[in-house]
Design a protein around this ligand. Structure first.
Ligand code: G3I
Length: 351
């Protein structure tokens, strides 16, 4: 009988998994309920899933996931209220589906639509969802100002970010609100994200933490870069969550394994171990920081670590740019524990 991951990490952070309704029944749901105490919808709570058209409000799948969180006493991370991809494009378009020009009237229209949507959704899940990815992937470190060139940005500048946080907070003042992004270990991206988060907070915008997606692979990026980013936000008083962790077995686009060599799975196990050791160490730093500094947090620096899936039969990394199968999660296709699972166990036991 395997030890439960959520129990092993109970003193540190919640252990979450991305799910869809089809993961909530059968053998995979037994793994979910045993090892995880937090869930997030992989797709069902995105704006494009809930409101693909102005008159649409589809929450059937979202509610199945929310109900599972309630029934199993799991926290619910809500992903996401705003994203340039899989978004509610109608909010940014006219009745004919053309993108709106950047005029003051259109900006006001977008503001109203966004606030109405967020108010409705956050009110719906008030008392059920604990954390929200309020905005997802708004940073583009390749641009001079670091802001992604989305239609949100073209029409409203950076105001849409503030509106989103304020509307979420107004609808549920207890909700914890995050800005979520990938490659947050990259120093340039990290610094753009940091400047945005701190300037929002300085303006009085209710932002509580940073979501680090953490889609990594068996050799990169370095654990040190991941760590330095978390530390930078934590020392400024932001909570940190790992929101979409997976560890691809591939380091380049060319290679394809069939079967996957044992040494690759072993390498993956060490990678999970090193990462989780560092996450535990970082979490502890918050508890032992000088109480007179913003770095001090009796709950630790990291509140939740969510995997982007449960077992290798369900991962977005399959067939990316080809037909190869990936295996980025701690349980295999037969729902057996991998070295990655044991890496997580050994990390927290300090073995
Ligand atoms: O549901 C439809 C199905 O009806 C249709 O037949 C099929 C044909 O393409 O598509 C299905 O939708 C797919 C959906 O996943 C559900 O499986 C979309 O095409 C596909 O694009 C979508 O991919 C999701 C992706 O976000 C969208 O960009 C992945 O599952 C999901 O893991 C991924 O998650 C993102 C996070 O939200 C943000 N961070 C990065 C992360 C990985 O890309």
């Amino acid at each position: 009988e395997l030890e439960s991951l959520k129990d092993l990490y109970a003193d540190y952070f919640e252990i979450g998994a991305a799910v869809e309704p089809n993961r909530l029944t059968g053998r995979v749901s037994e793994l979910l309920n045993k090892h995880f105490n937090s869930i997030v919808a992989e797709n069902s709570m995105k704006p494009g899933s809930i409101s693909p058209r102005e008159d649409a409000y589809n929450i059937t799948n979202a509610n199945i996931i929310a109900q599972h969180a309630v029934d199993q006493d799991m926290t619910l991370r809500f992903h996401t209220l705003l994203w340039h991809s899989q978004g509610s494009d109608w909010m940014l378009q006219d009745a004919n589906g053309n993108w709106l020009d950047a005029t003051p009237e259109n900006k006001a229209l977008v503001e109203t639509r966004l606030k109405n949507y967020i108010t409705r959704v956050v009110t719906q899940y008030k008392g059920i969802a604990t954390y929200y990815d309020v905005v997802n992937e708004v940073i583009d470190e390749g641009r001079p100002d670091g802001m992604r060139d989305s239609y949100w940005y073209r029409i409203t500048g950076t105001d849409f970010i503030k509106w989103a946080f304020e509307a979420a907070h107004a609808a549920d003042p207890d909700a914890k609100l995050y800005i979520n992004d990938y490659n947050t270990h990259s120093p340039r991206k990290r610094d753009f994200l940091f400047d945005l988060a701190t300037s929002l907070r300085d303006e009085g915008v209710p932002i509580h933490g940073v979501g680090h997606q953490t889609h990594i692979n068996i050799s990169g990026p370095s654990i040190q870069q991941i760590s330095e980013s978390i530390q930078k936000f934590a020392e400024a008083g932001f909570d940190n969550q790992i929101t979409e962790l997976d560890v691809s077995i591939y380091t380049t686009s060319g290679t394809s394994y069939d079967p996957i060599p044992e040494e690759i799975l072993l390498q993956q196990g060490y990678r999970f171990k090193e990462l989780f050791k560092e996450l535990v160490r970082l979490d502890e730093m918050g508890k032992h920081a000088d109480p007179s500094t913003p770095a001090y947090n009796p709950e630790g620096w990291i509140s939740n670590v969510t995997l982007w899936g449960i077992a290798d039969d369900g991962t977005w990394l399959h067939n990316r740019g080809g037909t190869r199968q990936d295996a980025p999660l701690p349980f295999d296709k037969q729902y057996q524990a991998k070295y990655a699972y044991w890496g997580m166990v050994e990390a927290v036991k300090n073995l």
